[in-house]
Design a protein around this ligand. Structure first.
Ligand SMILES: [Zn+2]
Length: 424
């Protein structure tokens, strides 16, 4: 892999140390090896005098292949929407998952995302698509009690993890859908496997009031409380949503070192409401990442838009400005990198070369200065401003690839539309 020299970047943002101007960035062997004056270095040159460079974003919860369901009965109430999606999901095939995953991954790369945490059917197909396109991913089969048994799912998880061993960018994760769609014994078994292979266990938790009631009925406890009391809350657990948890459950999450994926757009669009106390959680030292959830409930996988929505939802819910642009930028970069298990999220030598270059000359970003750069990236930029997404030192998205992605997306869209014939 040829090194990359990003030359004379107009602004370079590190989420901890701040903004630098007119710097070179040298990427070699998949890492950032020079930042500042890097003359005399050879490799592929990117002239960046009209660009902003920042660490890439990580989508800490999605169902990538649900790109298939973008715009599918969008405005139905949650229960009806779920019934329709579940009916259609029975007809999914590995081929459809592979195509839909490629579509989702191209969208993620073109909007500055270098990695995602997935939960969906036929994960080996999503893994294949991720490796082909050069994006980081965590994948694993989903434990759903009406579709599989704990033993069968556990066996599939271990088998998939073995199959992924030789891949560089795609790693396993243990996926239990939720405590309302899987028994608590699945979490117990899942954590055993997660410990053996050294990965996290992802599950939806405290997403809706209905879920909280269902879990309370089944176990006599709230979801996170039930996990804690069963000794199943640890730093290996990655909880998704968490808008309907109690204060003592958030305490338990902080104490255990579990991580959280906050999905503000999905929560608002599915009208599930709830409040994630983002500021309190970050103050307590909890690692929070942002997630788009699937394209069926968002409808885009654009993490720039997700950052803005995250701040807006906090302000709308709490009537104050405690959550700043920088807090969500750190969640989307540093927080995401930690959840994905990658030493990234910083623009600093020694860190993985996962970077985004945006076009700093776009009209909606003017006037741009070091003091308003973070605000511009969170409140004004969208994924459409991304020019390059570099993953592990390789340009996985670039102006040359943009054209190829557009052509392939059109071909895939035609085939995916065929899936719905007679359905809608
Ligand atoms: Zn989800």
């Amino acid at each position: 892999m040829e090194p990359i020299l990003v030359r004379q970047c107009r602004f370079a943002l590190d989420p901890v140390e701040g903004v630098l101007r007119d710097v070179d960035i040298y990427l070699e062997g998949g890492q950032i090896t020079c930042l500042g004056e890097c003359s005399g270095k050879s490799g592929t040159i990117i002239d960046a005098d009209h660009m902003v460079c920042m660490p890439a974003l990580y989508n800490t919860h999605t169902h990538a292949a649900m790109a298939l369901f973008r715009g599918f009965h969008d405005d139905a109430i949650l229960e009806e929407w779920l019934q329709r999606v579940w009916r259609a999901e029975k007809r999914l095939t590995p081929g459809v998952i592979h195509e839909a995953s490629r579509l989702a991954i191209m969208e993620m790369l073109s909007s500055g995302t270098a990695g995602f945490v997935d939960m969906y059917f036929y994960p080996e197909e999503t893994a294949k698509a991720a490796e082909e396109l050069g994006i980081r991913a965590l994948v694993g089969p989903v434990m759903l009690e009406n579709m599989t048994s704990i033993d069968k799912w556990a066996e599939e998880t271990v088998r998939l993890a073995k199959g992924l061993e030789k891949l560089k960018l795609v790693k396993p994760i243990v996926n239990v859908h939720s405590l309302y769609a899987a028994p608590i014994e699945a979490v117990e078994k899942g954590l055993e496997i997660a410990g053996e292979i050294g990965v996290r266990l992802q599950m939806h938790a405290a997403e809706t009031r209905r879920e909280v009631y269902a879990v309370k009925q089944r176990y006599g406890k709230f979801p996170v409380e039930a996990l804690r009391d069963a000794g199943l809350l640890s730093q290996r657990v990655h909880l998704v949503h968490m808008g309907w948890a109690t204060s003592w459950e958030y305490q338990a999450v902080a104490k255990a070192g579990a991580t959280i994926a906050h999905c503000p757009v999905s929560n608002m669009k599915l009208a599930t409401a709830g409040f994630l106390p983002l500021h309190d959680l970050q103050e307590k030292g909890v690692t929070v990442g942002l997630g788009t959830d699937g394209a069926a409930s968002n409808n885009v996988l654009d993490m720039f838009r997700e950052m803005k929505a995250a701040v807006l939802l906090q302000r709308h819910s709490y009537w104050d400005t405690r959550v700043k642009a920088l807090h969500v930028l750190r969640a989307a970069t540093l927080g995401g990198a930690e959840i994905m298990g990658v030493r990234a999220g910083r623009l600093k030598p020694g860190y993985e070369a996962d970077l985004v270059l945006l076009d700093a000359s776009r009209l909606h970003l003017q006037p741009l200065r070091p003091d308003n750069l973070v605000s511009a990236l969170v409140y004004a930029a969208t994924g459409g401003d991304v020019v390059y997404t570099i993953v592990a030192g390789r340009a996985a998205y670039s102006p040359e690839k943009a054209e190829k992605f557009t052509e392939e997306a059109a071909r895939i869209a035609e085939r995916l539309n065929g899936f719905f014939e007679g359905e809608v």
